[in-house]
Design a protein around this ligand. Sequence first.
Ligand SMILES: C[S@@+](CC[C@H](N)C(=O)[O-])C[C@H]1O[C@@H](n2cnc3c(N)ncnc32)[C@H](O)[C@@H]1O
Length: 202
Amino acid sequence: MKNFIVVGHVAKTTPDFSLEDIPGTSGRIDILCRCVTAAFVLSHGIRRDVGVYLVLLGAEPSKIIYLQGTELKHLNPDERTTAALIKKALAVEATQEWSKSTPGIFVRTGGFAELVESGVELIYLRENGSDLRGVALPDEPVFVLGDHQGMTEDEEALLEKAGARVVSVGPVSLHADHCIVLINNELDIRAANTNVSELKDN
Ligand SMILES: C[S@@+](CC[C@H](N)C(=O)[O-])C[C@H]1O[C@@H](n2cnc3c(N)ncnc32)[C@H](O)[C@@H]1O
């Protein structure tokens, strides 16, 4: 299982945004939708071994939405369908415990600190980090990405305190969803190479 955490600094925490104008009315939930697509959607199917935490910080109380590939249903490649799923999750009465919205989608109140402090091994994606291709990754990596605003100094301090490693997918600043595609691709290649060496060993 690999997880992605994406922080939406201005993302609405209530469902009162328009599916006809997602970028203009939702606090850039369109960015989060594209990250969800990049994380899960394959040519013919869904990556079941992926989870995505969306941290929505645009209003108090802040919220976290978790999409879990093993159970996820109703996800299509288009942004509008994903935004509609997020809208449904935001309509659920959220508490500090996870509540289920639709299959594979859960919501709770909370912010970035709750996720970072949960004790998992974090990999923070930043342009000037170590090259992803040369970095050894844990079996269950958790990748952290910013939105169009990047990450704040306070969030970076939390990541540093949690021992996050800083990793780059390349020298050019990309959109977060494009980074996710590159990470998935790198992990696909590593998994394929591992399978080949296992076949050779047997
Ligand atoms: C659009 S970028 C943020 C740009 C923002 N203006 C800034 O200055 O941080 C969104 C996120 O993608 C990730 N990112 C973008 N390019 C990257 C790269 N080359 N390597 C690693 N992560 C990258 C970072 O997590 C970043 O916060």
